[in-house]
Design a protein around this ligand. Structure first.
Ligand SMILES: Cc1cc2nc3c(=O)[nH]c(=O)nc-3n(C[C@H](O)[C@H](O)[C@H](O)COP(=O)(O)O)c2cc1C
Length: 407
């Protein structure tokens, strides 16, 4: 995916152990279509050579503010004007302090002062430096001023300590960078997404549910918002933060989810059913907690289940259904079962999802999927649920576009 096509990213690299990751970052940003120019602080050049960064970016690396040669080529004002985003990764504690104070005593801080584009920073430092009150106050002030923070991450640090302050991994920095530039693929569209599991009550304390984490549905909601859509998320019980600019309706059971969907669906252009809705529920939930029986042998218990409403089939049966996308989580015969579901339920697209593989699917951060439409099967490489979502949104937008053009 070329989410950064035609984008100019000015990569600032400061003096820290993680400076070497700047080299990988250049490559990954370029893979996403960006043109990257690099500015390094003097301290950064002690950790990685400007020659490496120049070879990878394909452009001379800018180092000094007061340099007659660079001033005649691309000085601080021109670099600031050129950039669509200034991304400082890794950002040292010293750089963050300088940026907070509005200092202009080197090229990087000066061009940040001159930049009118967004500024994003990916801090990387020892956990005590990150936790220091001065650093925290600087970061709070920068956030208030609109500086975007990517991380830092938590974990083992180069100094051997464990804690917060690690540079966010490069793939996530690129994902967050892409998110700064909305694609506008779904501008003007309203998208409803169902996500997570449902819980079917047995009694007031017990329920039947499944392993769905909601991560794929939430990632799709985020990707749809970034593509310019208005997003309504109907969510089963999950432990996830609702993405910015997404409206959420929280539900518990399949019946609740059905009601929330049917109440709001008429305003929607696209419906994406990602939720793992329970197919069955107990015929009636006991009003009181079911007590253990001690008198009869063998000790068994029988639950009678009844089918839940089929949400996606009900949406498909509407007089003017929205563009319909379903998910098929299967443990075997993935493509056959998914294609059958596509046809049986009258979907426009189905995303087939192999939940037998524990590295992907339920609860994992990654997914390996195949997108199936009436005339095309598109396997997607195993990738983060975010990356998979961006690709699914692209396919939906392409198909919608073709459909609207052929009207
Ligand atoms: C070996 C070594 C590793 C360092 N690693 C970091 C680091 O990861 N993060 C950080 O904020 N500072 C780190 N520092 C301190 C910075 O290099 C120092 O504050 C420097 O002045 C930063 O300059 P700059 O912000 O202009 O790049 C390190 C210093 C040394 C000697």
């Amino acid at each position: 995916m070329k989410n950064l096509q035609n984008k100019h990213i000015l990569l600032g690299v400061t003096g820290g152990i993680a400076a070497y990751k700047g080299a990988e970052l250049i490559r990954r940003l370029q893979d996403s279509g960006a043109e990257v120019r690099v500015v390094m602080t003097r301290a950064a050049t002690e950790f990685i050579t400007p020659l490496t960064m120049q070879a990878l970016s394909g452009f001379p690396v800018s180092l000094d503010l007061l340099d007659t040669e660079t001033e005649s080529v691309m000085g601080h004002i021109e670099l600031a004007r050129w950039a669509d985003l200034v991304l400082v990764a890794p950002a040292s504690a010293n750089f963050l302090a300088g940026l907070r104070q509005g200092r202009g005593d080197d090229l990087l801080t000066t061009l940040c002062l001159a930049a009118t584009c967004p500024i994003a920073v990916a801090p990387a430092m020892n956990q005590a430096m990150w936790g220091n009150v001065a650093t925290q106050e600087n970061c709070a002030g920068l956030r208030r001023n609109g500086v975007i923070f990517f991380g830092p991450d938590e974990g083992l640090q180069a100094c051997g300590e464990i804690g917060q302050g690690r540079l966010l991994d490069v793939a996530h920095i690129v994902e967050h960078t892409c998110a700064i530039f909305p694609s506008n693929l779904l501008t003007g569209k309203t998208v409803m997404i169902t996500a997570g599991p449902t819980r079917e009550a047995i009694d007031p304390v017990r329920y039947i549910s499944n392993h769905s984490s909601g991560k794929q549905g939430y990632a799709l909601a985020e990707a749809a918002v970034e593509a310019g859509a208005k997003v309504l998320l109907i969510s089963g019980p999950v432990a996830l933060a609702v993405p910015d600019r997404v409206t959420v309706i929280n539900v518990v059971s399949a019946d609740d989810m059905y009601a929330a969907v049917m109440e709001n669906i008429t305003e929607c252009d696209i419906f994406i059913g990602v939720a793992a809705v329970a197919d069955f529920k107990p015929v009636a939930a006991a009003v009181q907690k079911i007590k253990k029986q001690h008198d009869t042998e063998p000790r068994t218990m029988t639950l009678t289940l009844v089918e839940n409403p089929d949400i996606i089939a009900s949406v498909a049966a509407l007089p003017t259904p929205p563009f319909l996308v379903g998910f098929a989580a299967e443990t075997e015969n993935l493509l056959t079962y998914a294609s059958e579901k596509l046809n049986r339920k009258g979907l426009d697209l189905i995303v087939a999802n192999d939940v037998a593989d524990s590295r992907i699917g339920f609860n994992s951060d990654n997914n390996g999927t195949t997108i199936i439409s009436k005339d095309k099967v598109t396997p997607l490489a195993v990738a983060s649920k975010r990356q998979v979502s961006v690709q699914i949104i692209q396919v939906i937008a392409d198909l919608l576009n073709t459909r609207e053009l052929s009207k």
